[in-house]
Structures are given as structure tokens and as C-alpha cells.
Design a protein around this ligand. Sequence first.
Ligand SMILES: [Ca+2]
Ligand SMILES: [Ca+2]
Length: 187
Amino acid sequence: MKKLIALAAGSIVALSAAQAAPTVWADNGHAYEFISGPVDYATASATAAASTYMGSTGHIVTITSAEELDFVNNTIVGSAIRFWLGMSDTETEGTFRWIEGPEAGLEVDSIFEAWAPGEPNDFSIGEDFAIGWWNGSGQWNDIRGTSSYAYVVEYSNISQAVPVPGAAIFMASGFGLAAFRKLRRSK
Ligand SMILES: [Ca+2]
Ligand SMILES: [Ca+2]
């Protein structure tokens, strides 16, 4: 089994992502998980989309308020490590839109933005994606999607049920209940 996992590089990424414990932010009930990577945007996006937590599919983080920026920068990432943001201006140069999560399609600057001074600048041969923690103030910079960075997976639609111990989950399931009844009948 271990050999099979070792042979499939993609599985290792998915496995390590699943093993980390996402942190739920009380303000919006979303869960967040830092993945050190570093990987290019397409890999980060695909891996996030293949990750699930508490019934929610993951997506690269979308940051839509100063409070969420502070939480992601300082609680989830925790140090000045640059990480992918779920946005792009591939569709219309100069107009960044969120392309992941519930905000997909919405113009970034119409909700909240934290661009570093002089950014986004589509520098040199073109920069259509963006990263956080570009500078010491935790602000953003547009960058090429083929570069490699860490990323944050956000789970925006997790089950709102309060987590219960494994035994309680088992008993609450149909199988657990049936087994319990069978146990009682056999006594
Ligand atoms: Ca978000
Ligand atoms: Ca730039």
C-alpha cells in the first residue's frame, strides 16, 4: 500500500493535504488549511478542488474582507510565506476576478483588495495570477501562474454540525443504529 502511494506523486499531495487539520474561522464558518507546496497555480487549484473537509470541496483561498486577510495571513499562514490567491485577470487584462469558491466571477476590487503599492502591474511578460504576503505588510502582487508558491485551501461550505466524537458519529449512522438494535435483541 505504501509502495503504491509512493509511486503516485499526485496521491502524496492529496494525502498530505488531507492529513493536515483545517482551522475553522468562527466569523464565517469556513475552514482553512495551509499547504506549503510550493507548486504552480494549476497544481494548487487542482489539488484544492480534490480536497474535501466536513462535506465541503476545497478551493484556493478567496479573501473578501480586512478581517479575513488578517485571519489568513496571521493565523493560517502565520509567517510571511507567499501563497496563491484564487484570482486571475486572464479573461480581461487588468481586471482581476475571483475564479474560485463562492465568489467566482466577481471582480476583486469591487469587494475588497489589498494590493501592494504599484501592483498589479502585469510586469514584463505578463502576470495573470496573484499571491499574498508579497511584502512585509502582507499585501498582494500579481505574478505568473507558472511560478511556484504555497497555498491556502478554503472550505466554504462545511457542515455546520458541531463535531462529535467518533463513537457518537458511529451510533448516529444507520449502520451504528442497526448494529445497536441487533445487539439489544441478541441479549
Ligand atoms: Ca473566502
Ligand atoms: Ca506584479
